[in-house]
Design a protein around this ligand. Structure first.
Ligand code: NAP
Length: 325
């Protein structure tokens, strides 16, 4: 049977859970569809479940572990009455209100939920190389976020994979900490903008390994110790001792189930009205990385989750009073 809810929140990273705290405190009884346990970033808690220590989330002087931080967010939302469902949204119908949502544990035709208003906070995922052992080494030498983890590689020789703006930006940021940064790129030309290329080429700490792909990762005691690279032209393999590897080959927003129903940009990110969380569908709001490919920080995601809950509360109140513009 379809469960009728006032507010459904899809996603349980910093954006979704902050929205849940605000919506719950506004007595809107939000239901958070938090995802299913998995080893990728679309699991409950989102990308921070794949990190270790977070040192730049304000309020935690000595830092906090990613999973612990997300556990705190969740407990806080729960304390104010947010409901949680450990399942994934598999289909939506946003063509009329109340909106219909189907979840992966629903074998029938009837929607699992019908919701008056919806917050989409499904986040984005860093693309990974797909090399054996990669997932297990995230937080133990392999990282997808220089801002988060660069500090841990002070004085070390490390590498960044990718040839786009993200890879160069990460590499340049990492030169603040590392002794050297090697950019491993699969071609002999960068995709990054000219200005970023200029900065990278003129930085003494940055060097390049052209026409190479990462083909293996070596570890000891669960920590990365070396990277195996393969020359795409000759097939020659080489093992390079290294304590840190940053994968910066792009991101993808988790928006597949909303395709064709919400306006998105060319990369699949949900378009919001500037300065707000409003999407192309009235009553649907978006928060966090699913609509932000620029900042991608836990704190900015949490801030936009707050905005989405406030926008939603305002929308429902205006509707109830018949004063919606
Ligand atoms: P991107 O532009 O798509 O670049 C991804 C890079 O990773 C490419 O060089 C690509 O190689 C490489 N790559 C992809 N899959 C790979 C694989 N399996 N193995 C090895 N290498 C792989 O992504 P991005 O750098 O994240 O940038 C995304 C967008 O954000 C871009 O529009 C970018 O300009 C923008 N951005 C801007 C800034 C800035 O202005 N400061 C900073 C970050 C991002 P190929 O080149 O061979 O395809």
């Amino acid at each position: 049977m379809t469960e009728r809810v006032t507010v459904a929140i899809v996603g349980s990273g910093p954006a979704g859970l902050t929205a849940a705290i605000y919506a719950a405190r506004a007595e809107l009884s939000p239901v958070v569809i938090e995802g299913e346990p998995s080893s990728t970033s679309d699991q409950p808690g989102g990308q921070l479940m794949l990190t270790t220590e977070i040192e730049n989330f304000p309020g935690f002087v000595d830092g906090i572990m990613g999973p612990e931080l997300m556990g705190n967010f969740r407990a806080q939302a729960e304390r104010f009455g947010a409901g949680f469902r450990m399942t994934k949204v598999s289909r939506v119908d946003l063509s009329r209100r109340p909106f219909s949502l189907w979840t992966s544990d629903n074998r029938g035709d009837e929607p699992t939920y019908s919701a008056d208003a919806l917050i989409v906070a499904t986040g984005a995922r860093s693309l990974l190389l797909g090399v054996e052992g990669e997932l297990g080494l995230i937080g133990h030498g392999v990282s997808t976020c220089a801002t988060c983890d660069g500090f841990f590689f002070r004085g070390q020789d490390i590498a960044v994979v990718g040839g786009g703006d993200s890879a160069l930006e990460e590499a340049l940021f990492l030169t603040k900490f590392a002794r050297s940064v090697t950019i491993i790129h699969r071609r002999d030309q960068l995709r990054a903008s000219r200005i970023m290329q200029g900065r990278a080429f003129s930085n003494d700490k940055v060097s390049f390994l052209w026409n190479r792909v990462v083909s293996g990762l070596k570890s000891e005691g669960g920590t990365l110790t070396a990277v195996e690279v393969t020359d795409v032209g000759t097939g020659e393999r080489e093992e390079i001792p290294m304590g840190g590897l940053f994968v910066a080959i792009g991101h993808a927003p988790n928006t597949d189930v909303f395709k064709g129903q919400l306006e998105m940009d060319d990369s699949g990110y949900i378009v919001t009205h500037p300065g707000t969380s409003l999407t192309s569908v009235e009553g649907v709001f978006a928060a966090g990385d699913v609509q932000d490919h620029r900042y991608r920080q836990a704190i900015t995601a949490a801030g936009s989750g707050c905005q989405a809950a406030l926008d939603l509360e305002h929308f429902l109140a205006a509707e109830a009073h018949g004063t919606r513009e």
